[in-house]
Design a protein around this ligand. Structure first.
Ligand SMILES: NC(=O)c1ccc[n+]([C@@H]2O[C@H](COP(=O)([O-])OP(=O)(O)OC[C@H]3O[C@@H](n4cnc5c(N)ncnc54)[C@H](O)[C@@H]3O)[C@@H](O)[C@H]2O)c1
Length: 362
């Protein structure tokens, strides 16, 4: 009988629900064996039906010890990632770890150390990196179709309702019970945009960014920023400016624009659909290491440095929703011209820019 990797899901509600459905589909297709689910909250009848005969445990550590899975899909609150991911690796499992991999650079370093010591493979859930459109844009950039890359801009204009902020204790928090959470527009919902922005010029995600400047604002989140801009100098020296908000009454999907000396390219990354599923890519890589892993843990360093800068920045400046006028135009102008919100002249954008380099944390 063919070898089927035994897969455990940790974190089954929220975003984990979609993972459970995908794992159950792959189980039915005999690509893996669903070997258990852990979550402190009980499963609902639909989730229990997907789980079938496999065990459920409220405590992830108990399940890891009992099952010793080959692979863990980890979809828990950000501040629990490092402890649980390290425990999963030390229990012998490879990982699909949801993004952001860790709330701090020290957390990422700890995971990389555990990975070196255990020899496990870790894929991070930046699913935009599975998109054929991203691969095609990279090919065009590598071929020189855009000339020399001069600047990258990223915009994101979403609205998150009260239920989003109320769904969990960690939502919209910088810290919780002494743990760094580092939730926020740049570090969580638009993390994909940041991760793309720091790598599309050909910088490796495992290389350090050179500098991060940012300003952050808070309107609806409990404590963290929900509107922010960041100007990042990538490892190769390109300026990438990302301006994002979760308070846009008029929403539009995020867009990354790459400007080169011979032309520009526009990537609406959420609308391109992931062509390669990250779990399937991980399974394929484990079966045949010649298959390239799409988002190795080590290649999330550049992104995590931006998160580290956010973590060290001062508390976001409070802004009333009614004062957030002209957001779509300001956001596009900031990203298009390399300006922070505070440099656009917007009356509400009064935060002093925070400046960070990797040496500040080293
Ligand atoms: N890739 C994406 O586009 C994407 C989208 C949304 C969320 N996410 C990521 O998924 C993760 C979860 O986010 P969410 O919004 O679903 O969070 P959530 O708080 O809504 O749900 C987290 C789930 O984990 C469970 N949980 C908490 N502590 C646990 C523990 N110690 N062991 C097992 N389960 C535990 C909770 O009970 C809950 O079921 C985060 O890392 C988030 O950034 C990724």
């Amino acid at each position: 009988m063919a070898y089927l990797p035994r897969v455990v899901l940790i974190g089954a509600h929220g975003h984990g629900r979609g993972h459970l459905e995908r794992i159950a589909r792959l189980h039915a297709a005999r690509r893996l064996r669903l070997a258990g689910v852990a979550d402190p909250q009980p499963l609902d009848p639909g989730q229990r039906a997907l789980l079938g005969d496999a065990p459920f445990a409220p405590d992830a550590m108990t399940l890891l010890e009992a099952v010793e899975p080959d692979l863990v899909v980890l979809v828990t609150p950000v501040h629990t990632h490092v402890d649980l991911a390290e425990a999963a690796m030390r229990a012998g499992a490879h990982l699909l770890l949801e993004k952001p991999p860790a709330p701090t650079l020290a957390g990422l370093e700890r995971l990389l150390r555990a990975q070196r010591e255990t020899g496990r493979v870790v894929q991070v859930g930046f699913q935009a990196f599975g998109s054929g459109a991203v691969a095609e844009l990279r090919r065009r950039i590598d071929r020189g179709d855009l000339g020399e890359i001069r600047a990258i801009g990223g915009t994101g204009l979403w609205w998150r309702p009260a239920e989003y902020w109320a769904r969990s204790g960690w939502a919209g928090r910088r810290e919780l019970g002494g743990a760094v959470v580092n939730d926020g527009a740049l570090t969580n919902p638009f993390a994909h945009a940041v991760a793309l922005a720091v790598t599309l010029d050909g910088s490796g995600g495992d290389q350090s960014v050179r500098r991060v400047e940012l300003d952050t604002y808070r309107t609806r989140a409990a404590e963290a920023h929900d509107t922010a801009s960041a100007r990042i100098v990538t490892a190769r020296g390109t300026t990438a400016t990302v301006a994002v908000t979760l308070c846009a009454e008029e929403e539009s999907e995020p867009v990354i624009t790459v400007h080169g000396t011979r032309g520009s390219a526009v990537l609406p990354y959420t609308q391109e659909g992931p062509d390669t599923d990250l779990l399937e890519n991980l399974l394929a890589h484990l079966a045949d290491p010649a298959v390239r892993l799409l988002v190795p843990l080590a290649e999330t360093r550049g992104f995590t440095e931006v998160a580290e800068a956010v973590r060290h920045s001062p508390a976001p400046v409070p802004v009333a929703q009614r004062d957030l006028t002209g957001l779509p135009e300001l956001t596009r102008r900031a990203a298009g011209s390399g300006l922070l919100y505070g440099e656009t002249g917007a009356a509400w954008a009064t935060a002093k820019p925070f400046d960070w380099t990797p040496e500040d944390t080293a």
